[in-house]
Design a binder for this molecule. Structure first.
Ligand code: UDP
Length: 328
């Protein structure tokens, strides 16, 4: 049985990856420090003998007994609200955490896939974004802690690849959504869906003319799996190129949820990218991958998931207060 280590295993993408690798017949070792992850995302796996969980912070030395064939590094806060509340941890997990995992991969002779992001393109001046674009990032802005950690992560991964001959993969993930997103992470999809369920107006930041391109989680996981199994070592964009303005997206959510909420406008957060759309030519050509799930179907499935959350969970999300955690 092949063995895979997945960091950020209790998070949104990490938990879906755990499911996928279990389905593919792997022995899965999940690791998470549970700062932003939630054990409920993987509790169904604990009864399986081929699943193990380590409650560990990867910014500290990482030890895993036995052999490892693959490592997927998905531990990181991934929403602007989290970067503001836990900026140092965000920097450390992308930088120190990645260094530790590359060292582990070298020790074990494992192939390692690093979760990078469209954020490395910053507020892009090239549209759509190809892998060759170097980006437009504000190093000292609120998103800088994430963007620069991820850029460093790519650099150190390529250095291990070139200097140590490590077998590496880099996926650049664009906005992804689906069941198990954290309702209170401040991202636009859980924010709008939570607001619809609580009967509140939908908060559009700025005038809503900024764009995003949303990829359903099953498509994203398929792209990541194919990249890991390919022999391509340069970064690959995995995302859905179907682009929409945030204002039109809010209208879609109002229609989907059947609510009569209004749209209210709030100030645009600093350095909020004005447009984002992946160029997925490489993923198509190299991996034979493209997204299959349309926004209507994907959003319906995601809304069905949010509807299963208790009233208590829904109410909690009105108070996005991470300050006590931040002080520890
Ligand atoms: N956004 C919004 N209302 C919200 C949350 C987000 O209008 O309640 C906007 C946000 O300003 C951004 C877009 O939606 O332009 C996507 O935000 P998200 O945090 O989901 O992801 P990212 O900016 O990292 O792509």
């Amino acid at each position: 049985m092949k063995r895979v280590l997945i960091t950020g295993a209790a998070g949104f993408l990490g938990s879906h990856l755990c499911d996928r690798f279990i389905d593919e017949g792997f022995h899965v070792i999940g690791m998470d420090n549970l700062i932003t992850g939630d054990l409920k995302n993987i509790e169904h796996l604990f009864k399986l003998p081929q699943f193990e969980f380590y409650h560990h912070d990867v910014t500290k030395f990482v030890h895993v007994a036995g052999e490892l064939d693959y490592i997927l590094h998905f531990a990181s806060p991934a929403s602007p609200i989290d970067y503001l509340k836990i900026p140092i941890q965000t920097l450390k997990v992308g930088a120190l955490g990645t260094h530790n995992l590359l060292g582990l991969a070298k020790e074990k002779g494992a192939r390692i896939l690093i979760a990078s992001t469209s954020e490395i393109y910053g507020d892009p001046l090239v549209h759509p974004q190809t892998e060759e674009y170097y980006g437009n990032v504000n190093t000292i802005g609120p998103r800088g802690v994430y963007d620069e950690a991820k850029r460093f992560q790519e650099s150190i991964t390529m250095a291990y690849h070139r200097f140590h001959g490590l077998d590496t993969r880099i996926v650049r993930i664009f906005n992804t959504y689906g069941p198990r997103m954290r309702l209170n992470d401040g991202r636009v999809i859980p924010a709008f869906m939570g607001q619809a369920l609580r009967g509140e107006d939908l908060t559009v930041f700025g005038d809503g003319s900024q764009t995003r391109s949303f990829c359903y989680v099953d498509d994203e996981i398929e792209g990541i799996y194919r990249l890991l199994m390919s022999d391509y070592t340069m970064p690959v964009n995995i995302g859905n190129p179907h682009e929409i303005t945030i204002r039109d997206f809010a209208e879609e959510i109002i229609k989907l949820t059947g609510t009569d909420q209004k749209i209210v406008y709030k100030p645009l957060p600093k350095d909020d990218p004005m447009q984002r759309q992946p160029d997925i030519t490489k993923a198509k050509e190299i991996l034979g991958w493209e997204p299959k799930v349309g926004r209507e179907e994907g959003m319906r499935k995601t809304f069905d998931y949010f509807k299963t959350l208790s009233k208590e969970e829904l109410e909690k999300t009105e108070h996005r207060d991470f300050t006590s955690r931040n002080r520890k």
